[in-house]
Design a protein around this ligand. Structure first.
Ligand SMILES: Nc1ncnc2c1ncn2[C@@H]1O[C@H](COP(=O)(O)OP(=O)(O)OP(=O)(O)O)[C@@H](O)[C@H]1O
Length: 265
């Protein structure tokens, strides 16, 4: 992905005027690279995620969806400002997007196996059912969930387990580029780092890349190659975690560095 000086706006609607949520967003993600995107609440992380994953452009009613109004954004070689229709669908099959709170929006009457495998059948209705089942089981196991959970319904799981099912669904198509918005939301603190680790290794091992959004630097620390720090819609820090925290230029990053104790670095 190559983003150069991207500005993203939510369009005006009846009660509110247009809102610029992201301004001057510049970031390159190389094949095989895992980037952590951090920043305070409202800094624009989810907005960036929905745009770079193509989800905003794919939204059924684009009325309220964020849109690129400036700069250039290329994902897997496609210019996202101009790509529409069938080309956009083809592009989004190569991108995994774990939306914020994805674990709480799983289809209630589908089993875990069906939820995880569904994207495979949306792309190819003749996809081999045994292969789909095997992929679902393997992902559950990698994400530290028992394979016996495959036949359960979402309401039978804890919120952290549902979130991991959503993570498995986002990974099932072997995406070339994964955008995971708070993948560890609701997951027990003791396994958060491991879950991010699994996501990062599955992508890295295939030469695929990922942007992993998290509030928590500790969760990202052992898995990501670099972090980008977003503040009020702009990248104000970029580099390895140590590079960013050891030499903070922006006041927001300086504050972030103070919250991370020296021995954790
Ligand atoms: N549908 C929308 N319409 C208008 N403005 C929006 C909309 N959604 C978000 N915003 C605004 O865009 C900005 C960025 O929001 P965004 O949700 O991307 O932040 P975030 O960093 O993901 O926050 P959080 O960590 O709380 O999820 C905020 O100022 C927010 O109020």
């Amino acid at each position: 992905m190559t983003a150069s000086d991207v500005t993203i706006e939510y369009p005006a609607h009846s009660v509110s005027s247009a809102h610029t949520a992201v301004k001057g967003f510049t970031l390159n993600v190389e094949p095989g690279e895992i980037i952590g995107l951090v920043g305070s609440s409202g800094s624009g992380k989810s907005t960036v995620a929905s745009v770079i994953s193509g989800s905003a452009a794919m939204a059924p009613s684009r009325d309220g969806a964020p849109r690129i109004v400036g700069g250039a954004l290329s994902v897997l070689g496609y210019d996202l400002k101009r790509t529409r229709g069938r080309k956009l669908s083809r592009l989004t099959f190569g991108i995994g997007h774990l939306a914020q709170d994805a674990g709480s929006t799983l289809t209630s009457n589908m089993t875990v196996a069906e939820i995880i495998a569904e994207p495979l059948f949306l792309r190819d209705k003749h996809f081999d059912a045994n292969d789909a089942g095997l992929r679902a089981a393997t992902l559950l196991d990698r994400l530290l969930l028992p394979v016996g959970m495959l036949n359960m319904l979402p309401h039978e799981l804890s919120s952290g387990q549902r979130q991991r099912v959503a993570v498995a669904r986002a990974l099932v198509m072997d995406p070339v580029f994964l955008v995971a918005d708070e993948p560890t939301a609701g997951i027990d603190v003791s396994v958060r780092g491991q879950v991010v680790d699994v996501i990062a290794s599955l992508q890295r091992d295939r030469g695929a890349s990922a942007i992993i959004i998290s509030h928590d630097l500790d969760v990202l620390r052992r898995s990501v190659d670099r972090i980008a720090v977003l503040h009020e819609g702009m990248v104000v820090g970029l580099g390895t975690i140590d590079e960013v925290l050891d030499d903070p230029h922006h006041p927001y990053v300086q504050g972030l560095a103070r919250t991370v104790s020296g021995d954790q670095r």
